[in-house]
Design a protein around this ligand. Sequence first.
Ligand code: OGA
Ligand code: MN
Length: 301
Amino acid sequence: MTLQLKPLHPFAAEASGIDLSRPLEPAQVRAIEQAMDTHAVLVWRAQPLDQDQQIALAKSFGPLDLGLRKLKGGPHRFKYAELADISNVKADGDVADREHAKIVGNVANQLWHSDSSFQRPRAKYSMLSAAVVPSFGGDTEYADLRMAYDALPAWLKAKVADLKAVHHALHSRFLLGDTNYTEEQQRAIAPAVWPLVQTDPRSGRKILFIGIHACEIIGMTPAEGRMLIMDLIEHATQREFVHRHHWQVGDLVIWDNTATVHRGRWYDFDERRELRRATTEEVITSPEAMALDPAETVPHT
Ligand code: OGA
Ligand code: MN
């Protein structure tokens, strides 16, 4: 069978016809990449993957991203450090209590973000697999940053054209009052700089690259920069640009972090929710990001 797509939203589709648990043929990898250029979010139903299969799938699309595990270390439930534990469950398998670091991580995921945008390279594809879902809530929403760019009024397109944002790993945590990090942890992931407007050379489309990790606009005061970031996030996540995914066990969703932002939605943290994510690193190709002066890519803060 070949890849079949059923549109769910202008930028999201349900995909089927390829067994993701088996090694992919190069032609299947290309077909999925092409589909991702158009849709940016692909939902696969009834494709439960074990850890080895999920890692193998992700590696067919590029090198893997470690995200915040670089910073946190500590006990991990999975065989691979590259698998992110998107759950409210501790390393011993019990549901975490409210004060546990896992819970603030869950809440931070409920803010609109692009995975690992605080790193260079950042995340390209995230592949999230659902093992246990709560009885209510816990959906994930996606918003398309290409539609967001296209819908900007002309004056705002002109205003953002040459602006760059600083993205920091701990900004969202600080916003949530989670400030208990050592100096060493704070330094472990240096911030990254990304142009607000980037062109995807594969689709030729412009992207408004924002999200909650963006904490500053270079050349603006902190107040004006943050207000602009908040306004742009609000613009990008208007209802008509948002696709909401309701999880079933065995779902796998692949999304493009350079073309979308996403957020988890509320669920009762006393209930178990267990998802597992593998993530590829971006090969930087947008001309705007490639044109950054290397001295500018990691600012001093
Ligand atoms: C993620 C993420 C949101 C959710 O896996 O990167 O942000 O709904 N997940 O769990
Ligand atoms: Mn995420």
